[in-house]
Design a protein. Structure first.
Length: 103
């Protein structure tokens, strides 16, 4: 419980950061049920969209499901060179590699 200045009482740290409150959880559950109950209609509606609109819809929807990645800037001033051989990491052999310059 908070006091008159908005601070939590001693010994009560409040809800942990990132946890979902009861009302938010109920709303999410209700929305999930709504989607599940209308899934055939939703699929039909999505299929009726033009391809460009369908892709836009899927990308817009993905922002609510898949977390957005943040850009990262590396300010490394060291002169050390790092070499990564993806062929070894993926266990490719020379027969798996396509040489586009030969074609």
């Amino acid at each position: 419980m908070r006091d008159d200045k908005g601070r939590f009482a001693e010994g009560n740290e409040g809800r942990p950061k990132g946890s979902v409150g009861k009302s938010n959880n109920k709303i999410r559950e209700a929305f999930q049920m709504l989607l599940e109950d209308n899934l055939p209609t939703l699929k039909r509606d999505i299929s009726s969209l033009e391809p460009k609109e369908r892709v836009k819809f899927m990308l817009d929807l993905a922002t609510f499901i898949i977390p957005k990645m943040k850009s990262v800037q590396v300010n490394d001033t060291s002169e050390e060179t790092i070499e990564i051989n993806f062929n070894e990491e993926i266990n490719w052999t020379s027969s798996d590699v396509i040489d586009f310059e030969e074609k």
